[in-house]
Design a protein around this ligand. Structure first.
Ligand code: NAD
Length: 337
């Protein structure tokens, strides 16, 4: 039986990189069927809302969506669509692989790690922000629950187990933020005992930042709370050459949305200059999630091979002289060879 997924092409460079990605998925014969739905500026123009109900229904129906970047209009009354999707589907795990690829400007080689960020609580509460004292004092609440910590830490260990990874590092600030970060660490220690085959390490967030920039190879899976995860996952993207190669997944019990980390890049939209790799790597994560890890690996191997051998086909941001389409073409040729 073929698997159906919802596809949101997105705004700006979204349609260009999505078309490139779908070409590669077709070449891989993944057997996927697509329902194309709108979100973002396109949806606002066509349906008068940033996320039409039909789009939410399609994501709910199939449980999996591949999403291009969305432009959130600047101005009052528009809240981030990505945050809305996260809340609507309770997408509690933000999963961001950071993998080194050849030909990228980065300080390190051979990095292969994943950050697992708790996506629904911590310091990012919509009702936890308050200005008092005539606007001279800002209060932000940090909320960490046992349930939220258990499910994110368990997710990290299960991910490590299923992908043959050896170590999980819980990053915290329990020495100072004894309540919320303390609870997260206590729960991480408890869950770790259920996985004796996987090494467990705990690290205070400031030390983790230093260790990441000095010796990133010591990390395998990093699990942490919302704010620390937001910062650390971008730091890790920087370690492997920036957002052009950074995919991300937002995963919940009932739905999972796979996307590039970068935005809609309006400055290069329509010019065929957009690098499709981040969305392709998100599609590879999606294939892993759908039980097609061999095809996910084929995408990762293909990107490595094309970056190494077909500089004429890769986009200018990677130092090449090609376009979005030639990049996709080179990958199609690789997977069909
Ligand atoms: P951006 O990531 O769109 O662009 C930053 C810079 O990186 C630009 O110079 C752009 O040309 C370049 N760039 C980004 N992706 C690229 C690619 N695939 N290939 C080559 N170059 C690439 O960030 P921004 O300019 O701050 O945001 C633009 C819009 O995107 C905003 O409306 C923002 O809200 C939205 N956004 C959406 C998401 C998402 O949907 N996940 C994430 C971030 C930003």
């Amino acid at each position: 039986m073929s698997q159906s997924i919802a596809v949101i092409k997105g705004d700006g460079i979204g349609p260009e990189i999505m078309d490139a990605t779908l070409r590669v998925l077709e070449a891989l014969e993944c057997g996927l069927e697509y329902e194309f739905v709108d979100a973002g500026l396109v949806a606002l123009e066509n349906h008068g809302t940033l996320i039409p109900q039909a789009s939410l229904d399609a994501i709910e129906k199939y449980g999996v969506a591949l999403k291009g970047p969305l432009t959130t209009p600047i101005g009052k009354g528009f809240s981030s669509i990505n945050v809305q999707l996260r809340r609507h589907f309770d997408l509690y795990a933000n999963v961001r692989p950071a993998i080194s690829f050849p030909g990228t400007r980065s300080r390190f080689e051979d990095i292969d790690m994943i950050t697992v960020r708790e996506n629904t609580e911590g310091a990012y509460l919509s009702d936890g922000q308050e200005m008092i004292d005539d606007g001279n004092t800002g209060i932000s609440v940090i909320k960490v629950t046992r349930k939220g910590s258990e499910r994110i830490v368990r997710y990290a260990f299960e991910l490590a187990k299923s992908s043959g990874r050896k170590k999980v590092t819980a990053v915290h600030k329990a020495n100072i933020i004894k309540t919320s970060s303390g609870l997260f660490l206590d729960v991480a220690r408890e869950i770790a005992r259920e996985y004796p085959e996987i090494e467990f390490q705990e690290m205070i967030v400031d030390n983790a930042c230093m260790q990441l920039v000095m010796n990133p190879h010591q990390f395998d899976v990093v699990v942490t709370t919302n704010l620390f995860g937001d910062i650390l996952s971008d730091l890790c993207a920087g370690l492997v050459g920036g957002l052009g190669l950074a995919p991300g997944a937002n995963i919940g019990e009932k739905a999972a949305i796979f996307e590039a980390v970068h935005g809609s890049a309006p400055d290069i939209a329509g010019k065929k200059l957009a690098n499709p790799c981040a969305l392709l790597l998100a599609a590879a994560q999606m294939l892993d999630h759908l039980g097609m890890a061999d095809k996910g690996d084929a995408i990762r191997r293909g990107i490595r091979a094309v970056l190494e051998t077909r500089r004429d086909m890769v986009t200018p941001d990677m130092g090449g002289t090609g376009t979005t389409d030639t990049f996709a073409q080179a990958l199609v040729e690789y997977v069909q060879a």
